[in-house]
Structure formats: structure tokens, C-alpha cells
Design a protein around this ligand. Structure first.
Ligand code: C5P
Length: 400
């Protein structure tokens, strides 16, 4: 019973290999999984929903809406329910729809809503499989993080021989078991992550802010959660969002609010990753009414904000981990090393505005991790999602 307690969505599409999906379903059930079948209209031409609902002990989902009774199937709920989604067989058409987000059936809407790993077992004729279009779609969905269970070589339904046969159900089962057994490395850990900019109010309609998008901090929070950690994400005003289970988002606006929210939960955490671009200064006086245009210059007095990272550095217990960021424009290494010491950080992630593709707003970043004892590791330009993986890998390494 290697899949006991696991929820699986089995997506079936219109290929002759659909008959093998019944066997795969049987194997999942025998291993203790709860399985919800979602089948495309073409899939139903190859295998009957009656067979599949009898094997899974659940009605098969195919349509968006129930039969004339006004009910509808929620692909969003399903996408959140599953521990893994397995699309077997996956036709060339379904691969194309997945790659391009063409959500014209229940299987694709469920796929787009799925928060879990998605595994895909293509099945088609050898020439269809070899076509550049199919190969491009496969590489696109791999980039999305989906896992391809490669088809085998052999006799095909067309009578031809070659690559395109859906992998055997037993092999797909093993791939799924392996995927679910990949150990999460931060189970029972909890982290505070700060993200985004802060807005410092000048008057009711104006503020001092910065260009931080929050993308890096949100990616780190999601990767920590992916590894099993509980995350409190203290976020300044951003347009990105997350619905990943395991992340509690606390929305704040000013540096002062971010400070209070962070200090509040730090003592309960195993560590904090200070990714936010916190304002260093705030208007000494916040005007109650909108300041009107006048002939005179408008001088605004600014006072320093509290340095949240430095404060947590003082509160930090031996076992807690504190990670800071440094966005520098010059003397990068020296400045970052000074911050590492001054704020009592375990490591600091340096990104330089001199590097193309690094810093605010963009989807990529190029970082160097500096640790105590002058140890530094430089990484190449990557997507912020992959940079988050490198940072979390360092946290895991230091935890051990
Ligand atoms: O000193 P500097 O602002 O460059 O330091 C950057 C690091 O300190 C980042 O990790 C940032 O999140 C944190 N910081 C903070 N509170 C501030 C200023 C910066 O937590 N008021």
C-alpha cells in the first residue's frame, strides 16, 4: 500500500492506449490511493466511463456541467485536492493544449489549476511523436516542471514500429511512487519570509516606494513550502500572489508594519529570509490632508526606519537561521560582507544592479551567496523560481 492516503487525478485522453489507463487505475487503487478520473470527450470513445467509475468507485468527470441540473464540476477544488496528477495516455493534441493553456475541456482546466506535480505519459504514432511540434510542446511542459514518463519503443496500434507506445502501467506506477516519495527536506520547520517593497505615506494620496515586485520573495516562500515548511510571508504591496498550501500571507504597507509583523512571528520560527526591499527612510510627518500644489518647494523631512533584519539578528537564537539580501550598485562584495556581519546573518544573497537580468521587476536573477568566513558561491543567471531553489538548498545544507 505505497500510495495509502494519496489523492491522484488520472487524466485520460483519446488514444488507443486508454485501455491501459484502466490497468493503471487498478494499480493505483491496489496501492491504496484515492483516484479521480478526468476524461476528455475523445477519451470516452476509447474506454467507457462505466468501466472507470467501477474501478475507481467514483463518478468519472468529463463535462464542466452536470446533466441539466445546474451543478458544475470545480476543477479548482480538484486541482487542490490532488497529491499528483497523472495524464496517461496523453495525446499530441492534449500536449499542445497543455503547452499553450487551451482550456476547452475539463482535463485541461484541471491541469491549469493543479498545484501538485503533474506526470505525463505520451502515447501516439511514431511520426506524430517525432514531429517538431510535439517535441516542442513536450519541452515547454517540461519547463513548466511537469514530469514526462517517456514512451517506449515497439509495436504501435498503426502497425508501425517505433517510439510512441505509452509506457507500461507498472512502470508508470513506479514513477508515481518515486515522485511521491521524494523526501521533503523541511518538514516540521517554519520560516518567516519578507517580500516586496514598503510604501511610506507622505499624505493620504502619496507615498515613497521602490521598484521591488515581490517575485523573489514569493518564489522563496513557495519553494520553502514545497519542501514541507510552514511559511509566514510578510508582504508589502505587490501584484503577485500565492495560493500554495503551507503559506500564510500577512499583508503590510509600511516598514513599521513590516517590522511589527516580522518580530511577532520570528521567535516561533526556525529562521527568516529577509527578501523585502524595506524603505530606509520614512516621512517624519504624515500629512492628514492632501498637500496642494503651491509656488514654494516642498521639503519633506525623512527619518530612518527600523532595520528589521538587524533587529532579528539581535533576537536570533543559536538554532535560528537568518538570511538577508543585498542589492548593490557598487563595491558589491565588500558592502554585502559588511551587512552580513552588522546584521548577524548566516548568509547574504547578493544581487548587483550591474548584472543584466538581475534585480527588480524581471523574472530572472543572478546571485552570489556570501557566508561567514568569507565563503562565497556565485550562481549563473536563472529564473527567480530556480534562484529560490538554490537559496532554499543552502538553507537545507546549513540546517544539517
Ligand atoms: O542595508 P540594506 O537595506 O541594504 O540591507 C538589505 C537587507 O536588510 C535585506 O535583507 C532587507 O530585507 C533587510 N532590511 C530590513 N529592514 C530595513 C532595511 C533592510 O529588514 N529597514
Amino acid at each position: 500500500m505505497r500510495l495509502k492516503g494519496k489523492n491522484i487525478i488520472l487524466g485520460i485522453t483519446g488514444s488507443i492506449a486508454a485501455y491501459k489507463a484502466a490497468m493503471l487505475l487498478r494499480l493505483f487503487i491496489k496501492e491504496g490511493a484515492e483516484v479521480q478520473v478526468v476524461i476528455t470527450p475523445a477519451g470516452k470513445e476509447f474506454i467507457t466511463p462505466v468501466t472507470l467509475s467501477a474501478l475507481s468507485n467514483k463518478p468519472v468527470i468529463s463535462e464542466f456541467f452536470g446533466a441539466n441540473d445546474g451543478s458544475w464540476n470545480s476543477h479548482v477544488d480538484l486541482g487542490l485536492w490532488a497529491d499528483v496528477m497523472v495524464i496517461a495516455p496523453a495525446t499530441a493534441s492534449t500536449l499542445g493544449k497543455m503547452a499553450n493553456g487551451i482550456a476547452d475541456n475539463m482535463l485541461i482546466t484541471t491541469y491549469l489549476s493543479a498545484k501538485c506535480p503533474v506526470m505525463v505519459a505520451p502515447a501516439m504514432d511514431l511520426d506524430m511523436f517525432a514531429h517538431p511540434s510535439t517535441q516542442r510542446n513536450i519541452s515547454i511542459i517540461k519547463e513548466y516542471g511537469n514530469i514526462i514518463v517517456e514512451p517506449g519503443e515497439g509495436e504501435l496500434a498503426s502497425g508501425l514500429e517505433g517510439k510512441g507506445r505509452m509506457e507500461e502501467p507498472e512502470k508508470i506506477l513506479e514513477a508515481v511512487v518515486h515522485q511521491l516519495e521524494v523526501k521533503k527536506k523541511l518538514l516540521n520547520k517554519s520560516y518567516l519570509v519578507t517580500a516586496g517593497p514598503t510604501f511610506e505615506k507622505i499624505d493620504p494620496v502619496r507615498f515613497i516606494g521602490n521598484y521591488s515586485s515581490g517575485k523573489m520573495g514569493y518564489a522563496i516562500a513557495e519553494e520553502l513550502a514545497e519542501q514541507g515548511a510552514e511559511v509566514t510571508l510578510v508582504s508589502g504591496p505587490v501584484s503577485v500572489s500565492t495560493t500554495k498550501p503551507g503559506i500564510k500571507v500577512v499583508k503590510v504597507e509600511s516598514a513599521e508594519e513590516m517590522y511589527t509583523a516580522s518580530v511577532d512571528c520570528f521567535s516561533e520560527s526556525d529562521g527568516a529570509i529577509m527578501c523585502a526591499a524595506v524603505a530606509d527612510f520614512t516621512p517624519a510627518k504624515k500629512e492628514e490632508q492632501k498637500t496642494k500644489r503651491g509656488k514654494e518647494n516642498w521639503e519633506i523631512e525623512l527619518t530612518p526606519t527600523k532595520d528589521i533584519a538587524a533587529e532579528l539578528g539581535k533576537l536570533k537564537a543559536e538554532a535560528q537561521l537568518l538570511v538577508g539580501f543585498a542589492l548593490e550598485t557598487n563595491d558589491e562584495i565588500t558592502n554585502a560582507q559588511n551587512k552580513l556581519q552588522k546584521k548577524n546573518l548566516d548568509f547574504i544573497v547578493l544581487n548587483s544592479l550591474q548584472d543584466e537580468g538581475a534585480g527588480f521587476g524581471v523574472d530572472t536573477n543572478k546571485i552570489t551567496i556570501l557566508e561567514k568566513g568569507n565563503k562565497s558561491t556565485e550562481f549563473e543567471l536563472k529564473s527567480k523560481v530556480d534562484v529560490a531553489k538554490d537559496i532554499v538548498a543552502k538553507i537545507i545544507e546549513l540546517n544539517n
